[in-house]
Design a protein around this ligand. Structure first.
Ligand code: CP
Ligand code: NVA
Length: 312
């Protein structure tokens, strides 16, 4: 990965990073995981500070950032919007200006993509998108790392996302697939497929990298998939849509029959978590032998530590 230098960079969306930059962070994440297994201890964030801003709830993302940064001597500070004036009494721009004077970097989880963009513009420090309505780039890094652990490589591997294809997780997966040469298919009702302009953009990027991006409402789209991925039917902030979503997505539950339909005994199950077991996935699949959801959750920490090390 000659010539990759990510120092000072933000991660707002997978689209902003080149294929080499993404691969660089993934390689580092694999190294960090094996170091962690050997009990290697480092203090690579000593003297650094990280602001963790949360408008929405989180278990994995918060814990991954806090532990990855803290155990290497960094000082993470958790700030929910119950605690600080983000876009309330104080504008996002002014909050960003102040945080930029006190922190080495900022993580933001919330609603609008424009908030992470404003944080970058006004803080002058690296900003990491820990999930917005539009995208979930750090999740996509952990997902690809998990694919690589199971199949050796991601290029040419078929990944099927089953469910709400226009959500943040599906969009980041489509984009990272396009960058890394993955055969990506969204399998879900036509009402919940990613918008056409976005799909076209992914296809254009994908053509350069040997990736294919397809969308179908036909369950046969899962055939020959190496991994079936799903996410909740109702994302944070969309709770009013619950009834309509359940109706639309019920035929797309990931269950033993759908795993079987892939035609691959080595097919793995992925889920960003949290899961609503019995809804988008059955208990037997997520808790069964093909599930890699728990490795995937652990990989959030290794990929986030790699992101922090590469950019700080
Ligand atoms: N996958 C994920 O982002 O989990 P949290 O919402 O718990 O952070
Ligand atoms: N699509 C989900 C992902 C949670 C990690 C949400 O936005 O709620």
């Amino acid at each position: 990965m000659k010539g990759v230098n990510l120092k000072g960079r933000s991660l707002l969306s997978i689209e902003d990073w080149s294929s080499d930059e993404i691969r660089f962070v993934l390689m580092l994440a694999h190294t960090l995981k094996s170091e962690a297994r050997k009990g290697v201890k480092n203090q690579r964030f000593a003297g650094k500070t990280l602001a963790l801003l949360f408008e929405k709830r989180s278990t994995r993302t918060r814990c991954a950032f806090e532990t990855a940064f803290g155990e290497e001597g960094g000082h993470p500070v958790f700030l929910s919007t119950q605690d600080i004036q983000l876009g309330g009494k104080e504008s996002i721009e002014d909050t960003a200006r102040v945080l930029g004077r006190m922190f080495s970097a900022i993580q933001f989880r919330g609603f609008k993509q424009s908030t992470v963009e404003a944080l970058v513009q006004y803080s002058g420090v690296p900003v990491y998108n820990g999930l917005t309505d539009d995208s979930h780039p750090t999740q996509a890094l952990a997902d690809i790392m998990t694919l690589e652990e199971n199949f050796g490589s991601d290029s040419g591997v078929k990944l099927a996302f089953v469910g709400d294809g226009r959500n943040n997780v599906a969009r980041s997966l489509a984009m990272i697939s396009a960058k890394l040469g993955v055969e990506f298919v969204v399998v879900g009702p036509k009402e919940l497929q990613p918008d056409e302009a976005f799909v076209q953009k992914c296809r254009t990027i994908g053509r350069e990298n040997g990736a294919t991006i397809t969308c179908t409402s036909d369950l046969s789209g899962v055939e020959n998939a190496a991994a079936l991925y799903t996410d909740v039917w109702v994302s944070m902030g969309e709770e009013r849509e619950r009834e309509a979503r359940v109706k639309l997505l019920a035929p797309y539950q990931v269950n033993a029959a759908l795993m079987e339909k892939t035609g691959r005994k080595d097919c793995i199950f992925l889920h960003c978590l949290p899961a609503v077991k019995g809804e988008e996935v059955t208990y037997d699949v997520i808790d069964g032998s093909q599930s890699r959801a728990w490795d995937e959750a652990e990989n959030r920490k290794h990929t986030i530590k790699a992101l922090l090390l590469a950019t700080l």
